[in-house]
Design a protein around this ligand. Structure first.
Ligand SMILES: NC(=O)c1ccc[n+]([C@@H]2O[C@H](COP(=O)([O-])OP(=O)(O)OC[C@H]3O[C@@H](n4cnc5c(N)ncnc54)[C@H](O)[C@@H]3O)[C@@H](O)[C@H]2O)c1
Ligand SMILES: [Fe+2]
Length: 429
């Protein structure tokens, strides 16, 4: 298996970003008008843009102790601590409160978030923030808690309805300072400029994207992962894998995101199975925490692709675990995308441990990577088909239609039409 230090770095990569206008604005400013006079000697150079946005990152076993100081450094006196029932039952909420108090703060706790966080929960959280006279917002939880926290922060500072901000760069006012401590190793929401909220009326998950949503401080303590049940370790780990794969082949990938994406995929290959089968293994948990972080750093800047665009629709319809849906879809999306640009998938296959991946002919690379992902998913007990988790044939047409509106589709490396999504859904069914 490939280790992080032997990652292939020599693959050809001189891609000029060709983004649709709205995403282009997200990633780069419009070029300034050419100055008057003679063309500079580099006038013929192609224009390429790489942009990279990250929060302050604190990483290491025991750093949950720092959460009070982190909030205080952001000006907290009365922070809102957002968490959920599972994280409270695991004991991490109580520990976070103790650390906030030890730093001289008066936290208000709020924990009415459910997986795939709902629009009405965000409204209730915003009311708790305002009622508590809060000044900083602290999330301790998985992606659902962190996304709900971001959405609460948007509502208290911008007003309106949360879906007024669905899409890219529509949040005008800055949000309150935000600290995020992930308790799962998968979503990367603690570093990302995304928040995904379930619209209970439209029955889909809507994505908000913008630099405002990047937390001020990401605080990863791998110890928090040991209380995850096995199915959660498995599915969140496969979410991190999906982030690494989709970010690497994204139309917005750059040299700034590629190394993080490949590193994430390699770390998942090395540590995911062990972290599921031996939950107290420190090296495996630390490796998966790093995988989640690296994948987050890659996809928050490179954005994602068709697996996420489709899984958001299914997650909104059936309230199923996000990582589980991605894991089922990813091999089929890899086959679809690799058929158009196989070379880009070769380093990914090598990073995940496909034997002799760098020497595989183009027409075998996508299939080899898709199969390796399937083998890993099966080894950790993840389901393999959509029909097996409650999706019905009647659901498929609406899912295909809605996918076309998801922001993550914008950066998929291959153009996708409704028939393509239908074919991917049928293959995964
Ligand atoms: N914002 C982003 O960039 C981004 C990226 C990917 C996914 N997401 C979103 O994140 C959500 C999924 O988050 P998730 O996969 O982290 O799971 P989750 O936050 O939905 O948590 C799932 C369950 O696990 C419990 N749990 C969490 N951590 C635990 C721990 N350490 N010990 C015991 N129980 C624990 C929770 O209480 C909950 O019941 C989805 O809504 C998805 O759309 C967001
Ligand atoms: Fe994800």
């Amino acid at each position: 298996m490939l280790t992080e230090t032997t990652l292939p770095t020599s693959m050809p990569r001189s891609r000029v970003l060709a983004l649709p206008p709205d995403l282009g604005q997200l990633l780069a400013r419009a070029p300034s008008p050419a100055p008057p006079g003679k063309d500079p000697p580099c006038a013929g150079w192609s224009r390429s843009v790489a942009k990279y946005l990250v929060p302050e990152i604190v990483f290491g076993a025991g750093v949950l102790d720092e959460i009070g100081h982190a909030a205080r450094r952001l000006g907290a006196v009365c922070p809102l601590l957002v968490t959920d029932a599972g994280v409270l039952a695991a004991g991490w909420g109580e520990q976070a409160v103790a650390h906030l108090r030890a730093a001289g703060l008066s936290p208000t706790g709020w924990s009415a978030v459910t997986p795939n966080p709902k629009d009405h929960e965000v409204v209730a959280g915003a009311q708790a923030y305002l009622a508590g006279g809060c000044d900083v917002i602290v999330a301790v939880g998985g992606g659902s808690v962190i996304d709900a926290t971001k959405a609460i922060a948007v509502l208290v500072s911008n007003g309106g309805q949360i879906f007024d901000y669905e899409g890219i760069d529509l949040i005008a006012r800055p949000i309150p300072p935000l600290v995020a401590a992930p308790t799962t190793a998968g979503t990367g929401a603690d570093v990302s400029q995304f928040a995904v909220i379930t619209d209970t009326t439209r029955r889909l998950k809507a994505t908000l994207i913008g630099r405002t949503l990047v937390p001020d401080i990401s605080l990863t303590d791998p110890r928090l992962l040991v209380t995850m049940p096995d199915w959660l370790s498995a599915t969140t780990g496969l979410d991190a894998l999906t982030h690494g794969v989709e970010a690497y082949v994204s139309r917005a990938a750059s040299f700034l995101t590629d190394e993080h994406a490949l590193s994430a995929v390699a770390l998942v290959g090395q540590h995911l199975e062990r972290s599921v089968h031996d939950p107290l293994d420190e090296a495996a948990r630390t490796g998966m925490a790093r995988a989640s972080l690296s994948a987050g750093l890659a996809f928050t800047n490179a954005i994602l692709g068709a697996a996420h665009a489709i899984s958001h629709q299914i997650g909104g319809l059936l309230d199923l675990p996000h990582g589980m849906l991605n894991a089922i879809l990813l091999p089929h999306v890899v086959r679809f995308n690799a058929a158009a640009e196989p070379a880009r998938f070769r380093p990914l296959a090598a990073a995940l441990g496909v034997r002799d991946a760098l020497d595989l002919p183009d027409d075998e690379v996508g299939e080899a990577l898709a199969r390796e992902i399937g083998v890993l998913a099966t080894a950790i007990g993840a389901p393999e088909t959509l029909s097996g988790i409650g999706v019905t044939e009647d659901d498929l047409p609406a899912l295909a239609r809605q996918t076309l509106h998801d922001a993550c589709l914008t950066t998929n490396p291959r153009e996708v039409c409704e028939e393509d999504v239908s074919a991917i859904l049928k293959a995964a069914f």
